[in-house]
Write a protein that binds this ligand. Structure first.
Ligand SMILES: [Zn+2]
Length: 229
């Protein structure tokens, strides 16, 4: 998608791999970016710390919105409830369904759309990617399309849109793009657990390791397990 120099956009950045690469990509495309993160009462704050660091390094205006009060309403997920174990199977395995935070991305996107209107931005960039689609319904292309119908109606602005440039890209393809864009992978965090080192066995660690391996790259993050790069 060609960039439009100077057009304002909002990037939703979690501090994970995909949304950090998305921020670099949007800047590279020439958009004038405001970054937005959400504290929704997630299991740990390591990703948000990474998001702050990335935005500081890039000189991008960054707001962290505290919606942590909704955690108890969404406590059926291992990502919002410390009483639920994080599953250790592969990312696409049925067991990962316990990591779904109900309607989380729709909630965040709608807040981001309101913010976009407020600052005169026309795009909201969203880092859903192809591997997400098996488990997470609000990362699917159909969902992005439907949010766009709603956004235009709700905000009465035909130019306002959610853009998900990675929705047909695999994690490995996104890592390849990150390398091209010179993204410092060490400043991103994926692991669902918030340990000193990444666990290497939760679904998102497994997916991340695999994406680096496919690219013949070594992830600069430290892992609790021995990984063959
Ligand atoms: Zn992990």
């Amino acid at each position: 998608m060609p960039g439009e120099k100077g057009v304002k956009g909002v990037v939703i950045i979690s501090g994970g791999l995909d949304s950090t690469i998305l921020l670099y990509w949007a800047l590279h495309q020439g958009y004038s970016i405001h970054a937005l993160s959400f504290d929704y009462g997630q299991r740990h704050g390591k990703e948000l710390k990474c998001a702050r660091k990335t935005c500081r390094n890039l000189g991008v205006k960054h707001l962290v919105v505290d919606i942590s009060g909704i955690r108890e309403l969404l406590a059926s997920s291992a990502l919002t409830n410390h009483g639920i174990e994080v599953p250790e199977e592969h990312y696409t395995h049925e067991s990962q369904k316990i990591t779904i935070v109900p309607n989380r991305n729709a909630i965040m996107l709608n807040i981001a759309l309101g913010y976009a209107v407020n600052i005169g931005a026309e795009k909201v960039f969203y880092a859903a990617h192809y591997n997400d689609r098996a488990i997470y319904p609000d990362c699917r292309w159909e969902f992005v399309e439907s949010v766009n119908v709603t956004a235009k109606l709700a905000c009465d602005n035909p130019r306002l849109e959610v853009v998900a440039p990675f929705v047909h890209k695999t994690k490995a393809e996104i890592v390849a793009l990150g390398r091209e864009l010179g993204v410092p992978f060490a400043d991103t965090w994926s692991c669902y657990k918030g340990g000193e080192k990444a666990c290497g066995v939760c679904g998102t660690c497994r997916e991340r390791i695999e994406a680096f391996q496919i690219n013949g790259l070594r992830d600069p993050l430290e892992y609790e397990i021995e990984v063959e790069w």
